[in-house]
Design a protein around this ligand. Structure first.
Ligand code: AHN
Ligand code: ZN
Length: 334
């Protein structure tokens, strides 16, 4: 075979093997192609399975602390973690809220390889907001939200991760925490304003009194609103402040896996979320993977804290991007 023919055959082979349409300069094309090949270390995250876990939570109805739906969903989550081979611990406490009401708080924790020193902490909140206070009509503002994205999506992804952990353990130990009472922050229509911060009650409780004395993890990852189509996980402010190295590691892995569109190289605002509790008490330098928007009034998706936060917003592709990225982080950790 003449040299020119060998040359073009290589182009065709390289191009078709890597799914490339064409290659203008073979040398540089080959180099670029080789650089793009990344060999994932993690098992395949099943987005259909994660979707079902989101759906099953939402089917209980709004998981508002103190309601039967909340209690039943809590039982479901603990049972799932047990079935997926985790060592399950629960923290329960009656918390007095701003209106004087006692609310049953329940943090649900699942541990893998609890004996291991090096650990990664993954978390999400499982409660849903008792009021859709971003609705424009006042009557609608007092109704609880379904919380398909805000709550159920992060927990659904973590349940699928638990299912994968049961089949093959990574080198490090892993703790999953479903925090309660994240989303009962005071709405603007609430007149009885007792001073204090009523967001993230469950995570602050745990950060002060963790399930294991002196608990520390190498780092933590919070998943909050990780289910919507075309989600954009901008680099959240506190995540960069407390754990910039982890942000870079996660965003770099996402890009290598082909999920760069979901993980743009862009900084977002500072969000008071469960990772702040974990960071402030130095339990683990933690980041928040959270869907942030530049073009909405709230900075979140348009259905945020409205009655529209339901299954219609949940997209398997986004669950996959988030779940596979976090799995890859776990299985490349030593
Ligand atoms: C505040 O807007 C204060 N916190 C956002 C955290 C949050 C609420 N995540 C979901 N719902
Ligand atoms: Zn919320």
């Amino acid at each position: 075979m003449k040299r020119a023919e060998t040359f073009s055959l290589m182009v065709v082979l390289t191009g078709s093997l890597l799914g490339m349409g064409s290659c203008n300069s073979c040398q540089s094309g080959k180099k670029a192609a080789v650089a793009e090949v990344y060999q994932p270390q993690s098992p395949l995250f099943d987005a259909d399975s994660a979707y079902r876990f989101v759906e099953e939570q939402v089917a209980f109805g709004p998981r508002v602390p103190g309601t039967p739906a909340h209690e039943a969903c809590g039982d479901y989550l603990a049972a799932k973690l047990t079935a997926f081979g985790a060592q399950v611990t629960e923290q329960q406490s009656d918390v007095t809220h701003y209106d004087g009401r006692k609310l049953p708080m329940r943090n649900i924790i699942g541990s893998y390889s609890p004996e291991k020193e090096t650990r990664v902490l993954l978390f999400a909140h499982w409660d849903s907001r008792p009021f859709a206070d971003e609705e424009s009509e006042e009557a609608r503002q007092r109704q609880p939200i379904a919380g398909a994205d805000d709550g159920a999506s992060g927990v659904g992804v973590l349940l699928e991760i638990a299912r994968q952990l049961q089949q093959q353990l990574p080198e490090i130990g892993v703790d999953l925490i479903f925090f309660d009472l994240e989303d009962w922050g005071q709405p603007s229509f609430e007149r009885q304003q007792t001073k204090g911060d009523w967001w993230c009650v469950g995570s602050r409780y745990w950060a002060k009194q963790p399930h294991v004395e002196n608990y520390r993890a190498k780092y933590g990852i919070l998943l909050d609103m990780v289910g919507a189509a075309n989600a954009t996980f901008m680099k959240e402010g506190y995540s960069l402040q407390y754990a910039s190295g982890i942000v870079e590691r996660v965003w770099s892995i996402a890009r290598k896996l082909g999920y760069g569109n979901y993980f743009p190289v862009q900084q977002g605002g500072y969000i008071t979320d469960d990772h702040l509790s974990v960071n402030e008490m130095k339990r683990a330098p933690s980041i928040d993977i959270i869907n942030l928007k530049r073009d909405t009034r709230t900075g979140f998706a348009p259905y945020w804290h409205t009655l529209n936060d339901d299954m219609r917003n949940i997209d398997r592709n986004t669950l996959k991007a988030t779940g596979q990225t976090v799995l890859e982080v776990l299985y490349t950790e030593k």
